[in-house]
Design a protein around this ligand. Structure first.
Ligand code: 5GP
Length: 237
């Protein structure tokens, strides 16, 4: 492909915290060539082993607001009282390199990107049920009880938006979820290229199609019920 004419495929991945998204994303990045990770800017302090420029660019509120004023963000949002934003330059860099781009952003950011880039491919990661999410949050050992309870409330609110996404990934067994996520990314690339598919590519397409919103509603209903979210009918990304 000629990099100068390359329009990157933009993949958005969102999930409530504790659903295993970070692990999925880091595994995916190792498995799929030509996929850049958009390192977000944030005003929240770094945690544990996080490094500036790797998981995030950690900047001050002032610096963030200056970037907003210079229109340097493709989207930005306030999440848990801190700013988070996706810099436009990552999209330009991916285009120049002939790469695609992965954004790990929240529901608000995903909606902003979808308005600006309607062809962006959005993926929502769901935990298998509320109890499993609660257990994972506890096992992580990062948060006090009060914070865990707040995260669970926030999770329900985020999950309510699942049907605005193109693909839903229920993160039950890690290896299967990675295969499905990889299938989604690769199948969208086949679609862009067009042309006949090999048997292996057809299998990948089948695996990806299983995660399409329209094909996964039955699987999602008990998960919504565990979060006391009423089922939605119709709609979709
Ligand atoms: P954390 O602070 O736990 O790393 O992330 C909190 C939330 O912010 C996650 O849902 C994450 O996806 C989201 N997030 C990270 N970067 C961005 C960004 O650039 N824009 C938006 N809108 N959300 C982001």
């Amino acid at each position: 492909m000629n990099p100068s004419t390359h329009m990157p495929l933009v993949y958005i991945i969102s999930a409530p915290s504790g659903s295993g998204k970070s692990t999925l994303v880091s595994k995916l990045m190792k498995l799929v060539p030509g996929l850049d990770f958009s390192v977000s800017y944030t005003t929240r302090p770094s945690r544990g082993s996080e490094q500036n420029g790797k998981q995030y660019y950690f900047i001050s509120r002032d610096e963030f607001e200056q970037m907003i004023a210079r229109d340097e963000f493709l989207e930005h949002a306030n999440v848990f009282g801190n700013y988070y934003g996706t810099a436009r330059r990552f999209l330009q860099e991916a285009a120049q390199q002939g790469h695609d781009l992965l954004l790990d952003i929240d529901v608000q950011g995903a909606q902003q990107i979808k308005r600006k880039l309607p062809d962006a491919i959005s993926i929502f990661v769901l935990p298998p049920d509320r109890r499993t999410l609660e257990r994972r949050l506890r096992e992580r050992g990062e948060d006090a009880e009060q914070v865990i309870q707040r995260r669970l409330v926030t999770a329900s609110r985020e999950i309510e938006n699942y049907d605005k996404y193109n693909y839903i990934l229920v993160n039950d067994r890690l290896e299967e979820s990675i295969d499905s996520l990889q299938a989604v990314v690769r199948s969208e690339r086949f679609r862009r290229l067009g042309g006949p598919l090999s048997e292996e590519q057809k299998q990948i397409l089948v695996l990806a199609d299983r995660c399409r919103l329209s094909n996964i509603r039955d699987r999602v209903q008990p998960i919504l019920a565990s979060f006391a979210i009423p089922a939605v009918t119709g709609g979709g990304a």
